[in-house]
Design a protein around this ligand. Sequence first.
Ligand code: URA
Length: 197
Amino acid sequence: MLREFQEEIENCQKCSLGRSRTNLVFGTGDEKAKIIFVGEAPGYYEDQKGEPFVGAAGKLLTGLLEKIGLKRSDVYIANVLKCRPPENRNPSPEEIEACKPYLLKQIEIIKPKVVCTLGNFATQTILGKKVPITKVKARPAQVKDFLVFPLYHPAAALHQGWMRGPLEEDFYKLKDFLDSGIEPEPVIEDPEQLDLF
Ligand code: URA
């Protein structure tokens, strides 16, 4: 089912990134995963290889997964944008709008229990709210029929060393959350009610 969907969108030209990409980076992992990790957009190596999180941030993500007993093949990994923005610039609102239905469709096919959003773009895209990651990280929130568990983006933690410790701690919180049976009980607040910025 995912494969058919991948074939359906592999020649996408809904935005200008369709012209500059080397490869569309659809996503990889277990089609039946209980947990999906969602990044921002492919970088240089991801664009070259057609796979998400294969560069330095990917190495960090893979290591963090291993620390909590998960392999990349146990989970599903994708991005908000399927194509690399030139010079790794931030995704534009138009690009996010054009690409978001693809991510939502992947989630619909996989039916995960938990969607871990990495960084501001993925978190705000999935929550549909402009909440800063610092406020919502490691705080599960129910969205439709899955729970969102926001985390700092591994690339941000590579550039800002102070984030490494908190990111690792939040991965252990994620492990506790997954081990607890993932009841919606930890939902803290409706993101709508959060005091924004
Ligand atoms: N950063 C992302 O957000 N996604 C990738 O696939 C790689 C780096």
